[in-house]
Design a protein around this ligand. Structure first.
Ligand code: TRP
Ligand code: SF4
Length: 400
């Protein structure tokens, strides 16, 4: 079986905000100590919507990587790289495009949605239609098992699974596969071989998914066989094909609904964000001018946190005791709104402090940042090249 890898990417289209921190980056930081992680700057994906304004992308690439590092993504644990620096992604994208039905791309929900939403841009382009397939190439080229994404991206991972399945079906044929698979089974030893065969039959003939899982586990633990045998037997379980590109799983990030400065979800398009490395004075001003319960016109008017956008931030940032203090004070007009806002301001500043500290070294010496990415590009390229060798061979492109 292939190594357990995590892969995710982010488009460089502007500065990152606390929504990205709570929704994505905290999750990456957790994953990096559990799996080999590959995190990349999806600059080509950004071009699908910003092809007329590539300067936006250029300005965001390094700032975004600094934000990642500021948030605690650790280049010693995770591999950080830039998509366009690993051109193998484009090669796989091209090869996958040959057999991908147009309907699969047109059916992806983000396709029509985004064309509708971003009316000011002409997205009736070949590149934009291909967006999810480029994403499939990003994922499959690292043979990633887990793809941490938000809910909106799940259809892209689903399509990636179909693309992988189709690829393996079309190109996973090996001359004499059946015979070779039988030989690999023998190498498992008689007890495991019997169990493997039983599980395979149970899955293929009766659709028992448990049996499939049991057989996969058995293969993962089998020590007597080579990796080539193992891959063949994984493929043989589900059909009579070799698995060249394994199917990934979406790793759903627990929906964190980070509220913005107006109570709606924090998002660049609503203009209600606080940057990850926002100046403390700006943070303070933004919170102090945030709207509160409109019924609290005078200090003596009682309020209701349920109607107050600031309260949403208490729910993210404050402990129980502070929340009770705010709720009571609000409902009894015991505290003023500015007073109520102070603990939130303090918490955000406290959260940002270590981020500023981590970012500083890269701002002082940008060559450190360049070196991290150069190193990540090399590591990513090595994995991508290995996959591409297999892909070219499977597709019959390895002629010399
Ligand atoms: N489409 C993703 C987004 O908008 C970014 C992305 C590009 C990505 N390639 C990827 C995410 C591969 C996960 C895996 O957020
Ligand atoms: Fe909102 Fe706090 Fe003012 Fe109540 S006291 S309206 S919760 S800011």
């Amino acid at each position: 079986m292939f190594a357990q890898r995590v892969l995710s990417g982010m488009r460089p289209t502007g500065h990152l905000h606390l929504g990205h921190y709570h929704g994505v980056l905290k999750n990456w930081v957790q994953l990096q100590s559990q799996y080999p992680c590959f995190f990349f700057v999806a600059d080509w994906h950004a071009l699908t919507t910003h092809y007329e304004t590539p300067d936006v992308i250029e300005a965001s690439v390094w700032e975004m990587v600094i934000d990642w590092l500021a948030a605690g993504v650790d280049p010693k644990q995770a591999t950080l790289f830039i998509q366009s620096r690993v051109p193998e992604h484009a090669e796989l994208f091209l090869l996958l495009s040959m057999g991908t039905p147009l309907g699969w791309l047109e059916r992806v929900p983000t396709y029509k949605d985004q064309i509708e939403k971003l009316k000011e841009k002409d997205l009736q382009t070949y590149g934009f239609l291909g967006y999810p397939l480029l994403q499939s190439a990003d994922i499959l080229i690292y043979r990633a098992q887990h793809v941490p994404v938000g809910e909106d991206q799940v259809p892209h991972v689903e399509m990636t699974r179909e693309v992988a399945r189709r690829f393996n079906n079309l190109y996973g044929r090996e001359p004499g596969f059946e015979v070779k698979a039988q030989e690999s089974i023998k190498k498992l030893g008689s007890k495991a071989a019997k169990l493997y065969t039983e599980c395979r039959v149970a899955y293929q003939e009766r659709g028992e998914v448990d049996a499939l899982e049991r057989a996969k586990e058995l293969l993962e633990q089998a020590q007597s066989i080579s990796n080539a045998d193992r891959e063949r037997l994984f493929g043989y379980l589900e059909g009579s094909r070799k698995v060249i590109l394994p199917e990934p799983q979406a790793l759903l990030t627990a929906a964190s609904r980070m509220p913005g400065l107006d109570g709606q979800k924090m998002s660049k398009s609503y203009g209600n964000t606080i940057g990850i490395r926002e100046e403390p004075a700006v943070v303070e001003r933004s919170i102090k001018t945030m709207p509160t319960d409109p019924a609290r016109i005078r200090r003596t008017d009682v309020g209701d946190p349920a109607r107050c956008p600031l309260w949403q931030l208490h729910l993210v940032y404050s402990d129980k005791a502070t929340q009770e203090w705010a709720e009571k004070g609000c409902k009894s007009a015991g505290i003023g709104c500015l007073e109520c806002k102070q603990p939130v301001i303090d918490s955000i500043l406290r959260e940002q402090q270590p981020m500023f500290e981590r970012a500083q070294q890269y701002l002082d010496d940008p060559s450190l940042l360049r070196a991290i990415i150069a190193d990540g590009n090399d590591k990513a390229r090595a994995v991508a090249q290995e996959t591409m060798r297999d892909v070219r061979e499977a597709m019959g492109l390895a002629y010399t």
